[in-house]
Design a protein around this ligand. Sequence first.
Ligand SMILES: *[C@@H]1O[C@H](CO)[C@@H](O)[C@H](O)[C@H]1NC(C)=O
Ligand SMILES: *[C@@H]1O[C@H](CO)[C@@H](O)[C@H](O)[C@H]1NC(C)=O
Ligand SMILES: [Zn+2]
Length: 456
Amino acid sequence: MSSLLLFLLPFIIIIPTLTLDFHYHSNREIEQYLLQLNASNPSITYLYSIGQSVRGQQLWVLALGLSPHRHTIGIPEFKYVANMHGNEVLGRVLLLQLIDDLVRGYRNNETWSLQLLKSTRIHILPTMNPDGFDEADTDCQYTQGRYNYNGIDLNRNFPDAFAGPQRPQQFTEENREAEVRAVIGWLRTESFVLSANLHGGALVASYPYDNSNGGSELVAGASVAPDNDVFVHLAKMYSNNHATMSQGKSCLDNTLFQDGITNGYQWYPLIGGMQDYNYVWAQCLELTLEVSCCKFPPEGDLPALWKENRKALLAFIQQVHLGVKGRVFDGFAVPVHNAVVEVKGRMNMSPFRTNQHGEYYRLLLPGTYSFTVTYPGHEVLTETLNVPYGPDKYSAMTHDFLLRRLRTTGRTPVNPILSISDYALDLERGGAITRSRWTGLVVGLSLTAALWSLID
Ligand SMILES: *[C@@H]1O[C@H](CO)[C@@H](O)[C@H](O)[C@H]1NC(C)=O
Ligand SMILES: *[C@@H]1O[C@H](CO)[C@@H](O)[C@H](O)[C@H]1NC(C)=O
Ligand SMILES: [Zn+2]
């Protein structure tokens, strides 16, 4: 009898990881599922927590990829986040199904899964607001459970680049909720390239900006980001691969979403949102995906809803391979951190910088672009690149930038941090925040960023 049990034991343990049924798993069940998956698939999964909710529940993230534990040079970091609003629950289900799908696909040696896991490191946070979920009502529209345990809307609690100067009280660490602090910390540990944040209550792919202060970004009622063309492409990638989203039908009101996409601000202005924070301060392009009219769909609808979203979820991940990637090397052929890599015509509020491995990732549509690379003590490097379409090949174009040290003519500059070339570049752009900005680059954080986001 006991030997029969011993024989059966491995099967009893394995079975739950092979099928993930369609129902609303509790936070505890999700935790169990992820722990089990992590234990049984060590070669492609890595489970970690980015912090705890107000009530002390772990915010678990499952990383998937062929090197799940750590970043690999040239492999972009992607993420999906769901259930930031505790009562918008379809995203939780979709992301668990996605995990299940990727792992099963890998085990069955299916090309689509192998290609994605080989080329990308995918991080999945199924619930950013487990406390809210515990309070959630199953109503389709109502807001019970939307907020975290302190009654705060997490999608209004991020530092906001536009609202910053006017609302300084918002930008202290004490006013930041535990779940938001966890995500901000997460963004500092990995250099994410592309992301989406899953919501419910509408059917549309929304893209930055969500906010505006009435500056030049405000165009015909939309708050237009420098990478707007890429954002529109990304949003359409989701809506066109979704079963019905691109039809643009609204759920309740009379809003019609052309192609099933919208500029966030144009839909409704929002202060302190997560997608603007990702884009402005973490150079990660993030979309807000509204995946169901009903915030808490009946369990019987879940298989069909998964089917409607599956292709779109996978196609969107593949878009992390748009554009160009590579490293920046200094005059001694050493990769450099915090080199500024800019694309002409794309004036990002906080310029994109290389990570600690000297890498940059720049999502761009196919075309010809002029890149400018700036690093203290080195000549400004400008190069023109022809960028092909990368997603089909599961890789962005690779291009490294090799910098040349500024020739020293016997006289050392008074302040080596502020080189002549830095000034030249700043003159080109109007140079409003010259000193603070370039000094800030050297310490890895611009003063404007510090002022607005008070990261530390
Ligand atoms: C995930 O699995 C690895 C390998 O079995 C183990 O060392 C690690 O502790 C697990 N992680 C968690 C969070 O349980
Ligand atoms: C997986 O698929 C590849 C390519 O189709 C094949 O060469 C390989 O032998 C397969 N491996 C397994 C374990 O089935
Ligand atoms: Zn929401």
